[in-house]
Design a protein around this ligand. Structure first.
Ligand code: ADP
Ligand code: MG
Ligand code: MG
Ligand code: MG
Length: 402
């Protein structure tokens, strides 16, 4: 019998693959599998859920040499290594908020991790009208713990620089640099809006303050190395499971292949932007109460992030120069970054290449108004550096705009 080729896993080769991985032997019985299904719904990778006859299960995630949704767009398979290093680092800092990591096979670009099928993707929950408001504070604590632990406050400077070097992620950062910070503001084949929104996009592109702030935000994205980010922390990268029948609530951030050392506010801003999209959907569907509930999430996120960061601050490795009063200045900087990145990430989901189902699944008549609201709200967030840094005040303005 020939050895199966694991370069591109298939439903047929997964059992052989599992048998070839000693690290997975205690996790699953490869000789008694009951089901293997491919469930990937993202833009990039294959995701298999594997179950055995004894009730154990796990997930295999394998990168393809190209974008899943566009085979003509090549994409480095090294992104698997980045996802592994980020997940491993984040698991050490905050195991409760990421999938448990079981194995990484660098030769075949395969990550094995905990099966979280009993959770739901937060974006799907929001789209179905279930806000899961408790999750905002949980994910705020995740960003606080992982950013603190990977920053120079939590890591020895030599170790921190070694980790910076190991997590350089040029190809995936370039995607963000182009799709978030450049393409929406220029004519580009990746862009698409409804005809009724073209004037809204033009208004944004003619706004010199917006262009300057986006340029500066891009510069900070490309030059700051505050913490090891998740890098793609939208509501589609977060699993939630509400408390029920004595089983505690659970939140897990997954899909960290865009991770790199960047500005901490970028992860917070990604979530914030997706709350704006979800609120715009609720408004479009005639549910202002739910929109209001969703627009409370940015403050819940940021308050929990800041509270957890403050709680960790006394554990910083060097208090000689990073005194207590540096903390609030630092948190203010992160808050302003988060608001600006929220605006940028909201705009890109309307104008640019990767849209969000929150808005896309609205019928066109509702979609146009929702998109206009998000673009105007995005502008306010992009410009917020020049004004207030109160998250509540910004959400109140966003609420009036939507
Ligand atoms: P991509 O990088 O291609 O976006 P993701 O990591 O986001 O891949 O995974 C795609 C989908 O696969 C998720 O939206 C989710 O439905 C499913 N999935 C991913 N990881 C797990 C997991 N650990 N447990 C269960 N389902 C998962
Ligand atoms: Mg994904
Ligand atoms: Mg489910
Ligand atoms: Mg991904």
């Amino acid at each position: 019998r020939t050895t199966p080729d694991f370069d591109q896993l298939t439903l047929a080769t997964v059992p052989h693959y599992l048998a070839s991985r000693p690290a997975l032997r205690p996790r699953i019985d490869a000789s008694a599998l009951s089901s293997v299904v491919e469930v990937g719904d993202g833009n990039l990778n294959l995701v298999f859920i594997v179950r055995d006859a004894h009730g154990s299960s796990l997930v295999l995630k394998q990168s393809l040499p190209h974008v899943r949704t566009d085979p003509s767009w090549p994409m480095t398979r090294e992104r698997s290594t980045r996802e592994w290093v980020v997940l491993d680092t984040h698991e050490r800092a905050d195991a409760a908020h990421v999938p448990a990591l079981f194995d990484f096979d660098q030769a075949h670009f395969v990550l094995a991790m905990e099966d979280l099928s009993d959770h739901d993707v937060w974006r799907s929950e929001l789209n179905s009208g279930r806000v899961q408001g408790w999750a905002a504070a949980e994910v705020g604590r995740y960003v606080a713990r992982t950013s603190f632990a990977s920053s120079v406050f939590g890591l020895d400077p030599l170790e921190q620089k070694r980790l910076v070097a190991r997590t350089v992620n040029p190809e995936l950062c370039e995607i963000t640099e182009n799709l978030v910070f450049t393409e929406p503001y220029i004519e580009h084949e990746h862009n698409a809006v409804l005809p009724g929104n073209e004037a809204d996009v033009d208004a944004l592109r003619r706004d010199r303050d917006v262009l300057r702030e986006i340029g500066l935000a891009k510069y900070r994205f490309m030059s700051s190395a505050q913490s090891l980010l998740h890098g793609d922390l939208h509501t589609g990268s977060v699993f939630v499971r509400a408390e029920s029948g004595g089983r505690p609530a659970s939140l897990r951030a997954f899909d960290s292949e865009f991770g790199f050392y960047g500005p901490t506010g970028f992860d917070l801003g990604a979530l914030w932007a997706n709350f704006v999209l979800a609120a715009a959907r609720a408004e479009a569907l005639g549910d202002p109460d739910r929109a209001a509930q969703i627009l409370a999430l940015p403050a819940a996120l940021m308050e929990a992030f800041e509270a957890e960061f403050r709680a960790l601050w006394p554990t910083r490795l060097d208090a000689r120069i990073w005194a207590d009063d540096a903390l609030e200045a630092l948190l203010g900087d992160i808050r302003r970054d988060a608001a600006g990145y929220a605006g940028a990430k909201a705009v890109r989901r309307i104008v640019g290449f990767a849209k969000a189902s929150d808005i896309e699944t609205l019928e066109p008549a509702l979609r146009e108004g929702a998109a206009r609201g998000v673009l105007r709200a995005g502008r306010v967030l992009i410009l917020s550096r020049l004004g207030t840094d109160s998250v509540e005040a910004l959400s109140a303005t966003v609420s009036r705009i939507l």
